[in-house]
Structures are given as C-alpha cells and as structure tokens.
Design a protein around this ligand. Structure first.
Ligand code: ADP
Ligand code: MG
Length: 209
C-alpha cells in the first residue's frame, strides 16, 4: 500500500486534475485505488458525483483528525491518492505525515514555483525526522503545448533541491472536458494526454518502488 498526496496550496495548479487522472491510471493497471478528497470545496467529490459508474472509490476526509485515521482505511487498497487542500495548513501537514510520496504540481512560472516554498519547507522538515519519508517531486503542469520550459523555471525549481519529473502535463481541453463528466483522459481519444499521464505515473512508481 502506498499513499500518494498531490499537494500545493496554490489553487489552479492542477492538483484535482492530476489526482483523478493518476488514480484512474493506477486503477487501469489493476490496482485497487481510493481517492481521498481533503479539499473542503470538494472538486474531486464533484467529479466523482458527476459519474455514477465511476470505477474509482472516493472518500471525503477534510478535517485533519480524519486524515490521521487514514492509515487503517488505506490498508485495504494498493494506492491511496490524496487530493490536496488549498491553503489549510493543518490539512496539508496531516497529509504529509501519512504519505509515502508527495507530488507537487506547479505551473511553469517563477511566481508559482516560489509560492511552493512553504510546502517544500514543511516536507523537508518532515523528511528530517523520518529518514527521508515522504519522498517528494515536482511535476510542471498546464504547460502550453510546443513551449520549452524556460531557464527561469528550471532555475527556480532547482533551488528546492527536490526531483523534477521529466514528464510535464500539458494544457489541453481534454482535461476539463472529461472532468466535467466525471471522467478522465483514459475515457477520451487524446493519445498525448493519455501518454503524458501514463509517463508521469511510471516515473512516480519508479521513484517509490
Ligand atoms: P487545483 O486542484 O490545483 O486547484 P484543478 O485541477 O482544479 O487545480 O485545475 C484548475 C483549473 O484548471 C480547472 O478548471 C481545470 O479543469 C483546469 N486544468 C487543470 N489542469 C489542466 C490541464 N492540464 N489542461 C487544461 N486545463 C487544466
Ligand atoms: Mg483542487
């Protein structure tokens, strides 16, 4: 059992989009997967409710004490994907404590990357007292197709001394389109979106193996 949290207090960086698509990618590989929606506005629960045939189980745990009890629930699944909360520091801290791996989506702009500074400090403080657990890494999200990541983005990410995945998630209509129906890119024809989501989960699994 592995707990993967998708965290960044910055709204709009793609946490919910990535959480739902990663969960589905894991499910399609035959794993049992639970999504935990820790974000009180509840975009993941809205996504889940939009599709009554959703193959992924979802539970809402949007109070820090609930997140702490997650460990026993998680034992029934191969993977738990926590859709991270915005702003609520105690929710984010609780998720960091129970996680094996933290995925940090960031949009490709220095201000967005600098905004992850407190989160990175939180994660590093935890790693220091727990022998490096949870592992963590960045994924650059909502990249405009055909653009190369600028040196300013790379330089800003390098300052954090955390891994940055080679895979980037591109800005594509298929992500909101499928989300609005409670679906994922695996229900659509967009080959590139499926390929990048698959490549991301491959990189994550290689890191936590
Ligand atoms: P967060 O959970 O971090 O606030 P969301 O996943 O809700 O971010 O994304 C914010 C908005 O951007 C949503 O409207 C979502 O549909 C859209 N979005 C997220 N990722 C992408 C993407 N890769 N391509 C296009 N739109 C995206
Ligand atoms: Mg969200």
């Amino acid at each position: 059992m592995s707990i993967i949290s998708v965290l960044n207090p910055k709204g709009g960086c793609g946490k919910t989009t990535i959480s739902t698509n990663l969960a589905r990618a894991l499910h399609d590989r035959g794993a049992s997967v639970l999504i935990v929606d820790s974000d009180p506005p509840g975009s993941a629960r809205d996504w889940h409710a939009a599709n009554e045939d959703n193959p992924i189980e979802l539970v809402v745990l949007d109070r820090p004490n609930n997140v702490k009890t997650l460990a026993s629930m998680a034992a029934n699944y191969d993977y738990v994907v926590i859709n991270g909360a915005a702003k609520l520091e105690d929710m984010i801290a609780a998720a960091i404590k129970v996680s094996d791996f933290i995925l940090i989506p960031v949009q490709p702009a220095p201000y967005d990357i600098w905004a992850a500074s407190d989160l990175v400090d939180f994660i590093k403080a935890r790693q220091e007292v727990t022998d490096g657990v949870p592992l963590a890494g960045f994924v650059v999200s909502r990249v405009v197709e055909g653009t190369r990541l600028g040196g300013d983005v790379r330089a800003a990410l390098d300052e954090y001394a955390l891994p940055v995945f080679d895979t980037t998630i591109t800005q594509r209509q298929v992500y909101p389109q499928t989300a609005s129906e409670g679906l994922t890119v695996f229900d659509a024809d967009n080959v590139k979106a499926k390929a990048e989501t698959t490549a991301l989960i491959d990189e994550i699994l290689a890191m936590i193996a």
